[in-house]
Ligand binder design. Structure first.
Ligand code: UTP
Length: 296
């Protein structure tokens, strides 16, 4: 039987300690990437893949995420009065984007715990999880392919990316077997943040997942793992080993442009790359970048 449309779940309740003090009173998902907060790109990615119901998991100090996706009557009236239709459209766009819902994660007990908070909103249907600080360039679509694989295989689907050995300890890492399809692998084992010498491959989990409701039953009994947090990777490892509905876990290998905006260097790269590529900013910036790089 066909399932109801996918919903999207965007966890944005982490502490963002790598970005302190900027994230002392502001979530890292609200840091601007050029002129939009990171999380708006992520919501746009979900709606671009045809999902119009979005649940954001928010933490303490996260009211500004809710405000960003709400209408701002005073600001809108001012811009209307001034006849500034371009800026008005930008302000209205973020509140019209999708049907955005919020749920709180009282304490940041880990990504697995954050995903479990989505249970009552998601119900008995498959859903996509998009990490709120992980940007996938819209020119390199990924989510649609992952949802197609979910439907085709009736299995959990995660996104994997090749990373250098010196960065592997920052990720969940997958042991995989090939499938009949190039770029799609069967996941046989997952390890959260292994040392380079213990990593089962160079394929790291990145922030996109397409999950069935069976993951909730597993997360309910998942004990705190690495860093004392309830890890989504540990629940996925159980699914890969025949847990849940038994469909297993598949990985879609992503070879496009991705920016982890929770990491300072990647955040700066995202701004430089995205601004340089834009028609309104690129022409002024590109010559300056060349001059700057020549002087390094
Ligand atoms: P990270 O590990 O990147 O987030 O979590 P963090 O803990 O905020 O980062 P640092 O290391 O302290 O800088 C990945 C995603 O999961 C969310 C985060 O908001 C981020 O989008 N998350 C993490 C939650 O929603 N709740 C949690 O308890 C943990």
């Amino acid at each position: 039987m066909p399932h109801k449309p996918f919903k999207a779940v965007i966890p944005a309740a982490g502490l963002g300690t790598r970005f302190l003090p900027a994230t002392k009173a502001m979530p890292k998902e609200m840091l601007p990437v050029v002129d939009k907060p990171a999380i708006q790109y992520v919501v746009e990615e979900a709606t671009g893949a045809g999902i119009d119901d979005v649940l954001i998991i928010i933490g303490r100090n996260k009211n500004n995420i809710a405000n960003h996706f709400d209408s701002m009557p005073e600001l809108e009236a001012k811009l209307r009065e001034k006849g500034d239709s371009d800026k008005l459209a930008k302000v209205e766009h973020s509140s019209d984007l999708a049907d955005v819902h919020m749920v709180r994660q009282g304490e940041p007990k880990g990504l697995g715990h954050a995903v479990l908070r989505a249970r009552s909103h998601v119900g008995d249907h498959p859903f996509a999880v998009l990490l709120g600080d992980d940007l996938i360039d819209e020119r390199d679509p990924l989510l649609t392919k992952m949802m197609e694989e979910y439907d085709k295989r009736n299995a959990t689907v995660i996104a994997l990316m090749e990373v250098d050995p010196e960065h592997i300890h920052l990720y969940g890492v997958a042991a995989v077997e090939p499938t009949e399809e190039d770029g799609v692998v069967k996941v046989t084992q997952l390890v959260e943040k292994p040392k380079a010498e213990d990593a089962p491959s160079n394929l790291a989990i990145i922030g996109r997942y397409v999950l069935g409701p069976d993951v909730f039953g597993i997360l309910e009994h998942t004990e705190p793992g690495k860093g004392g947090e309830i890890q989504l990777t540990d629940a996925l490892e159980e699914l890969a080993n025949g847990g849940g509905d038994g469909g297993g876990v598949y990985g879609v290998i992503f070879r496009g442009r991705r920016y982890d905006t929770g990491d300072r260097v990647d955040y700066i790269k995202a701004i430089v790359q995205l601004a340089a590529d834009r028609d309104d900013l690129g022409p002024a910036l590109r010559p300056w970048f060349k001059e700057f790089a020549a002087g390094l």
